[in-house]
Design a binder for this molecule. Sequence first.
Ligand SMILES: Cc1ncc(COP(=O)(O)O)c(C=O)c1O
Length: 386
Amino acid sequence: MPQSPIRKLVPYAEMAYKQGKTVYHLNIGQPDIKTPEIALDAVKVHSLDILAYTRSEGSDEYRNKIANYYSQHDIHVSKDNIIVTTGGSEALLFAFGSVMDTDDEIIIPEPFYANYNGFSTASGVNIVPVISKIEDNFALPPIEEFEKLITPKTKAILICNPGNPTGYLYSKEEIKKLASIVKKHDLFLISDEVYREFAYDGVQHYSIMQEEDIAEHAIMIDSVSKRYSMCGARIGCLVSKNKAVIATALKFAQARLSPPTLAQIASEAALQTPQSYFDGVIEEYVARRNTLINELEKIEGVKVAKPKGAFYCIVELPVKNSDDFAQWLLESFDVNGETVMVAPAAGFYSTPGVGLNQIRIAYVLNQDSLKKAVNILKEALKVYKD
Ligand SMILES: Cc1ncc(COP(=O)(O)O)c(C=O)c1O
């Protein structure tokens, strides 16, 4: 199993704390935004006297309400198209297990969410990367690039929309292009849409589930973790209109018995969160993004692709190896007792040697902290020698 590039520097951060340093965490997508009270209250006042298992596919009430939430986003599904999972992570594992056998191949635009490496290793399948570039702002590579990679072992294409770690938001046209490829080659299109609400600059998110033509091919991954800042609830879901996919994923769900019961109660209540909550959250993230990008662009030799969604960006640095740089920041550098923790980007690629001079930044801190953190990066780059 590959190590998580997001978590592997934790021991160095702990050493920095022991030395009394403050560490700005730009490495992990743990939002500092408050969870909606309505979700927390639902757990406080529940009327259960036995904390029992629920159905393996999740409670009927919750799945009905998720279907209703999707209909407000022009995604028309019923509870029978939904399996509630223990986070989006488990939904991804179920999707991989349901549509691929060992040694099958899945095409993923890279850089991609690093744990896709872990899920594919766990499922015994091979990732075939198609490279998207910082110079193109991480736009989808041309269709021909995908088609060149399709072999008899290819079973699926996986995208993340909006993207972690790139912040890229796929256009309707790009989704249509992907739809045409999966139809032509009879593949599954798995779309990780856990950041759906986080689409900026007035651009509407367009889901693969809105492409009625590929209903049999489409599998959507979702989660409450980021939408409601409920990462610890561990609730997500897998959505597909393909009955065989749902029947197979259900077998995986039965093997692990049930998604967490209390967290389903919280997640069901969270669905009542008013639009004003999201408006406030989006406004905050846009302000953070703008501050971060402005500050980064002031640093000589730094290149950054402006994210259009989610809360991450890939930053190219004038260093040879960002793994070493990130470790050095924690071990040997500070500005007035403060330093930063970033995620080296090589772990977000499966092509060896790519992304070595890049880092991923999660802008999950307030604007003041972001400014301080970028200033630390700037000062560090002045003195760092690789
Ligand atoms: C793109 C993406 N997919 C899936 C997940 C999994 O999240 P969870 O299991 O908390 O739903 C994450 C978490 O950061 C993510 O960034």
